[in-house]
Design a binder for this molecule. Structure first.
Ligand SMILES: Cc1ncc(C[n+]2csc(CCOP(=O)(O)OP(=O)(O)O)c2C)c(N)n1
Ligand SMILES: [Mg+2]
Length: 338
């Protein structure tokens, strides 16, 4: 089923002009988004080679969301998401070697090779997973906000979830409590237009997810999630709102996933043209790349160097993930509730 043709948000707030990035911001965003994309491409290849088992959901196409949001956070702020989580972990600063080694089920993985793609955590980087139950992270993320409020630590939790997850009941129980207790939570709906093979228009009575908090008086904004500058600008407003004690905020990121839902996807629910059009006209990395070149922030050669260093980093992670040993059999009996 054909969805809307562009990533542009409908609501007027989001149409506001987006501030230009500085040279450093543009280059950092470029590098970070490229790193996520190359990492995911490599994960896809390794899955195809049989090196990765179980579920694996790639983030390719959505990179601007997590990179733009991360630019608004300060140390101590928490991040939680669903199963499409590799990009979030890398953006939080988790080592790519540990992420890739978890995908291949090795000792050096973030869950010592026992969690896989959907179950990784880092207390150090304040990343709280990685959750396979659609919508569960929204309640958990609200709990993180509650803890922040209780401890008066000034931190904000960011709970990411999809357009499909937005129809789960526990999301609204969470909204109610977050608004009631003015919890410092930013809810980021990654509206990539599909929940597995179901288009938003087939499953949602209210397709403007920024309005989903209206009955709780939670403000919301629709954002062009393919433009990292728009994400960062909206993210600043939302994080500031939450941090200042005003309560939760909803950001609906209009984004798009280029690959299938998971590694097996019949791809019958959308046309190849629809995907190609998004790639050609809205790619988040290409947008930054053209801006960098137009502004003279870097030359083609400089960008090639960044590309090469990113590829090296990803290759290092892939090599580690194939050479690091598998967990000892005795590990079957550790980290479990007996
Ligand atoms: C409670 C629950 N119901 C159903 C599923 C099966 N399921 C896995 S992913 C998914 C689609 C979710 O789509 P969305 O929230 O839009 O996230 P996206 O995959 O687009 O990132 C479903 C229905 C599940 N994992 N958990
Ligand atoms: Mg979706």
């Amino acid at each position: 089923m054909a969805a809307k043709s562009a990533a542009k948000p409908k609501s007027s707030e989001a149409q506001a002009a987006v501030a230009e990035f500085t040279k450093d911001q543009d280059l950092a965003a470029y590098r970070e988004m490229l790193y996520i994309r190359r990492f995911e491409e490599k994960a896809g290849q390794m899955y195809g080679m049989g090196l990765i088992g179980g579920f694996c959901h790639l983030y390719i196409g959505q990179e601007a969301v997590v990179v733009g949001m991360q630019m608004c956070l300060t140390p101590g702020d928490q991040v939680i998401t669903g199963y499409r989580d590799h990009g979030h972990m890398l953006a939080c600063g988790m080592d790519g070697k540990g992420v890739m080694a978890e995908l291949t089920g090795r000792r050096g993985g973030f869950s010592r090779g026992k969690g896989g793609s959907m179950h990784m955590f880092s207390v150090e980087k304040q990343f709280f997973g990685g959750h396979g139950i659609v919508g569960a992270q929204v309640s958990l993320g609200t709990g993180l906000g509650f803890a922040n409020r209780y401890k008066k630590n000034g931190n904000v939790s960011v709970a990411y979830f999809g357009d499909g997850a937005a129809n789960q009941g526990q999301v609204y129980e969470s909204f109610n409590m977050a608004a009631l207790w003015k919890l410092p939570v930013v809810y980021v709906v990654e509206n990539n237009r599909y929940a597995m093979g179901t288009a938003v228009t087939r499953s949602s009575a209210q397709t403007d997810f920024s309005k989903r908090g209206l009955s709780f008086n939670i403000p919301g904004e629709q954002v062009d999630g393919m433009d990292v500058r728009a994400v960062q600008a909206a993210g600043q407003r939302a994080v500031e709102h939450a941090r200042s004690g005003e309560g939760p905020f909803i950001l609906e990121m209009m984004t798009y996933r280029y690959r299938g839902h998971s590694m097996s996807d019949p791809a019958k629910y959308r046309s190849k043209d629809e995907v190609q059009k998004m790639r050609n006209e809205h790619d988040p990395i290409e947008q930054v790349r053209s801006r960098i070149l137009a502004a003279g922030f870097a030359t083609e050669d400089d960008l090639k160097k960044i590309d090469a260093s990113v590829r090296d980093l990803v290759q290092e992670a892939a090599d580690f993930a194939q050479t690091d040993p598998e967990p000892d059999v005795a590990e079957l009996w550790t980290d479990i509730v007996k």
